[in-house]
Design a protein around this ligand. Structure first.
Ligand code: GLU
Length: 405
């Protein structure tokens, strides 16, 4: 199943449970607008190369389109549509006044030099400039896109419109109007969600082993959170391999190791393991934190974990979802778990609009409040309707969207 089909299957399940009126249901079955651009970039060797990029403006029901930009070889229209739809649901779950959008370029950014990456970002910004804007559509980081890339984007956009417009993008560097706490917000928010759910599933620090799949921005921060709170993070995987240490990995040291060598395999004191072994590990929490469709039916059948905490967008296929349900493994869904990223993006947007810069304490306190509230609402909906946490999160979102139509 493609990512978008997966997303639509999730919509159908929740829509049926609450008898979602046809008007809004149909609106959510397709994006409001799809922008595809071809643009050329001068490479370091003097040659000009053509690139293809997307911006999908899925839903503006609850506010300006909001969502990241992904630079990855796997980016295509289907994926961007799915991610944009999930943004709309996510913003409604965490109750910020934003709609859903997403964009991306089909590229492996590691093939580009820093100067090429800058020219690529600026050319893409020029190509989509008339469709974005602080009150229209606000991009942000996602897979392989960094604060530096957001800084180039805002700089190019401001040059084009001829005035300051910091709020056109979030996830910027602090010096360019970024928010304190934005860098760690996705993982930090995910840990707040975990804490709201953990007592329901008896996951105490002393007895809970954690495995994290994906070691980018979100994966590193959730691993660090678990580590700091006394959990044993026994296994971590990135795109190049997986490692295990039954006594628990030293996560801050592992983050430094990855930064130095851009991989985790070979980390001192750990053993390299296969993907297969990783997904069969006995653990309390498995946190998929990479790309879509990592938890397939096959893997779901064999996994020995007591909770799935989805930091990635769309990591669980619909078939795997059914298997987890049958096996009694709770899945705390992406649209709740990783919504801390966009929640702090919204706080950054607010600070830019008001010309303010808030302390990290203030930002994290607001993030915690938003995550606690959303977690409580999802738990309440799961109980009320007797459905999975995923369906419950969708129900919370759909009811909020319905309220504005
Ligand atoms: N890319 C992140 C996500 O998937 C954050 C989006 C944002 O901050 O707008 O939720």
């Amino acid at each position: 199943m493609s990512a978008f089909q997966n997303a639509m299957a999730q919509l159908e399940a929740a829509a049926q449970t609450i008898n979602l009126p046809a008007g809004i249901h149909q609106r959510l079955q397709k994006p409001e607008r799809v922008i595809e651009v071809d643009f050329s970039v001068k490479m370091d060797d003097g040659a000009t190369r053509l690139f293809h990029g997307y911006r999908v403006q899925y839903s503006s029901l609850r506010g300006p389109y909001k969502g990241g930009l992904r630079f990855h070889a796997q980016v295509d229209l289907d994926e961007v549509k799915a991610l944009a739809f999930w943004m709309a649901i996510k913003c409604a779950v965490v109750n910020i006044p934003m709609g859903g959008g997403k964009g991306g370029i089909t590229i492996n950014p590691k093939d580009l030099s820093a100067a090429e990456l800058e020219r690529l970002t600026r050319a893409f910004t020029r190509a989509i400039a008339d469709t974005i804007g602080p009150d229209k559509d606000v991009p942000a980081p996602d897979v392989n896109t960094t604060p530096q890339i957001m800084d180039w984007l805002v700089d190019e956009y401001e040059k084009m419109v001829g005035h300051a417009a910091r709020a056109v993008v979030t996830g910027k560097s602090i010096s360019q109007g970024g928010s304190e706490g934005r860098g760690r917000a996705t993982g930090q928010g995910a840990f707040y969600v975990f804490e709201a759910f953990r007592n329901r599933h008896n996951l105490a620090p002393e007895t809970t082993r954690v495995a994290v799949h994906g070691f980018g921005n979100a994966g590193q921060e959730i691993a660090r959170q678990f580590f700091t709170h006394g959990y044993r993070v026994v296994a971590v995987a990135d795109s190049k391999g997986a490692i295990l240490n039954d006594n628990g990995l030293d996560i801050p040291a592992l983050i430094d190791f990855k930064k130095a060598g851009s991989k985790i395999a070979g980390f001192p004191g750990s053993r390299d393991i296969s993907d297969d072994e990783f997904f069969r590990l006995e653990c309390g929490v498995l946190a998929p934190s990479s790309l879509e469709n990592t938890l397939t039916a096959d893997r779901a059948q064999n996994m020995k974990c007591r909770m799935v905490l989805e930091l990635a967008n769309g990591p669980t296929t619909p078939e795997a979802d059914v298997i987890f349900k049958e096996r009694g493994v709770p899945v705390v869904p992406d649209v709740l778990v990783n919504s801390g990223g966009v929640a702090v993006s919204y706080l950054e947007w607010l600070q830019n609009k008001q010309g303010e810069h808030w302390s990290e304490e203030r930002v994290l306190a607001q993030l915690k409040e938003l995550m606690d509230k959303a977690s409580g609402e999802v738990i309440a909906a799961a109980e009320k309707f007797g459905v999975s946490y995923r369906q419950a999160a969708f129900i919370v979102a759909l009811e909020r969207m319905q309220a504005v139509t």
